[in-house]
Unconditional design. Structure first.
Length: 524
């Protein structure tokens, strides 16, 4: 981040700390800073980066008594378990960063961890009190992707590249640590989406393009793979939530439509039924309370909206008051409880519990660590829309400093990775630091972003890719027309695919930017 700080110092003229750099003329002269003081006019970068909450993959146990979550309070993501009756949390993992976890139907927790970021994971199963653990899958040079548990919790399925390092095959392993068995040999990208209740059958997804996948049912007894969904136009299928008896599942899909709808697939009738089809993507889907309650979220302008339904009565439930932001949900299989994680511009992570059996109220389980900074000082963005030079509609989130001294502030154009990602209103410590230093940011959703329909997500495929680069230049022109920021002091910044876009737009339009920060950008 030192290079980012040095580059962006050119925008505001402020004093920044910088690492060694072969061009000393680029490095601002260091000056006094208020290190670590929350009440200072300009709290330092470390203070902003110390603001954090539980990560978004929090889960609730099948019996609804325990919530597990990952948190970086130690500086490394570890797993914690909270007893819902007492409200007390216990740290379960130590040492290396835990990259993921999942509750077993028996209440144990499977932890995924790699070797210091090499993405080659191994699996350990640990008791919910943290006192017992056993190795379930040793780390190797293969990439692993966890799938799902059998209904009795005695086996789990996952995808692995152990055969040749390139193709993902499907394996089933015993929770007791017994040797895994290959159950399907695939090509390219394959993953396990879910395990059918009451049957030895897996739902598999086979990657199709950048943003889609075909869906199959694999019978473990016969090895036969049957097509469930393989439309002519590639589609997204996610959020598989089985009825407890295995007769069908709920899901989100944009098959034959622009936006992902809430749907139900009947296994006996082999029929997909659309239940809700809003003009926005349905994202998260969860069943809870022994299949009595259904929850789903929609992506509306980047913000998540929660929806709840009593499937027995067919009536929608009142939605509890929750912070604004992006939500992840997880339901307790046996209890009428729904866990809700919220990350928004004014909260870096909250955990809430919705209890359908006790009046439909939600209570906060865990709030963020604010590093002594007031949440009210953080900035909610304004959603702005405009047209690119070829008429394609674009959107972005504009974050403006609370005080600018009367003059339009400099601006950083931020571009997300993916490319099938979306700039959404979540908390970002670096953005808040820039705002505190008087620098605006514009989180651009260029063509190829998700959240704006299937067609929009594919507008940068193949030879259309340069159009996404031009979108960044068009964003500068749009911002100049508003007069709200000073585009003569503009920078561009992004990571991964966003780093590629940063490289590309600086090469194509160097006159538009005073600085650029490419974080792990794809380059030649």
């Amino acid at each position: 981040m030192g290079a980012a700080v040095a580059a962006l110092a050119l925008l505001s003229g402020a004093a920044w700390a910088a690492e060694e750099w072969p061009f000393p003329q680029d490095i601002p002269k260091p000056g006094p800073v208020a290190v670590g003081l929350a009440g200072a006019p300009e709290p330092d970068l470390v203070r902003h980066f110390s603001v954090r909450g539980p990560l978004g993959d929090a889960k609730i146990s099948p019996d609804g008594r325990t919530v597990a979550y990952r948190h970086e309070m130690t500086g490394v993501a570890q797993v914690y378990a909270m007893d819902l009756e007492s409200g007390r949390s216990r740290q379960l993992s130590f040492g290396r960063r835990v990259s993921g976890f999942d509750f077993s139907p028996t209440g144990e927790i499977l932890l995924s961890a790699d070797r210091d970021g090499d993405e080659r994971e191994g699996y350990t199963i640990i008791s919910v009190d943290g006192m017992k653990e056993r190795l379930a899958r040793e780390r190797s040079d293969a990439f692993l992707a966890f799938g799902d548990w059998s209904a009795d919790g005695q086996r789990f399925a996952y995808a692995s590249t152990q055969r040749n390092g390139d193709d993902f095959d499907i394996f089933v392993a015993g929770a007791d640590g017994s040797a895994p068995k290959e159950v399907y040999r695939g090509r390219f990208g394959n993953s396990v989406e879910s395990w059918r209740p009451g049957a030895d059958q897996l739902i598999l997804s086979e990657t199709r393009g950048e943003d889609a996948g075909d869906i199959y049912l694999l019978d473990l007894a016969t090895g036969k793979r049957t097509v469930l969904f393989k439309p002519k136009v590639a589609a997204v299928y996610s959020g598989f939530a089985w009825k407890p008896d295995g007769s069908g599942f709920y899901l989100a899909t944009n098959q034959d439509r622009e936006f992902a709808a809430l749907a139900y697939y009947d296994m006996a009738k082999k029929r997909l039924s659309i239940l809700e089809a809003p003009a926005a993507d349905v994202e998260e889907v969860a069943l809870f309370g022994e299949g009595r309650y259904l929850a789903w979220t929609t992506n509306e302008g980047g913000y998540s909206r929660l929806h709840l339904r009593n499937l027995e009565s067919g009536r929608d439930l009142s939605i509890p008051a929750l912070p604004e932001g992006v939500m992840n949900i997880d339901g307790a299989a046996e209890a009428a409880k729904l866990l809700i994680h919220v990350n928004g511009p004014q909260t870096p992570g909250d955990l809430w519990l919705f209890d359908a059996a006790s009046g439909g109220m939600a209570r906060q389980l865990l709030g963020p660590e604010t590093a002594g900074l007031e949440l009210t000082r953080f900035t909610a963005p304004e959603s702005l829309t405009f047209k690119a030079r070829d008429g394609v509609g674009l959107q972005g989130l504009l974050y403006l400093p609370k005080t600018t001294g009367g003059a339009p502030p400099p601006v950083v154009i931020t571009v997300h990775g993916g490319p099938t990602g979306q700039g959404r209103p979540t908390f970002d410590g670096f953005t808040e630091y820039l705002l505190a230093r008087g620098v605006a940011t514009f989180d651009l959703n260029f063509r190829g972003s998700t959240g704006f329909g299937k067609s929009f997500a594919r507008l940068d495929n193949g030879r259309l890719r340069p159009n996404a680069v031009r979108d960044i230049a068009d964003a500068i022109a749009f911002l100049q027309s508003t007069g709200r920021v000073d585009v003569s002091r503009a920078a561009v910044m992004g990571g991964s695919y966003g780093g590629y876009l940063t490289n590309a737009v600086l090469g194509e339009y160097p006159e538009l930017f005073r600085a650029g920060v490419s974080l792990v950008g794809v380059s030649d």
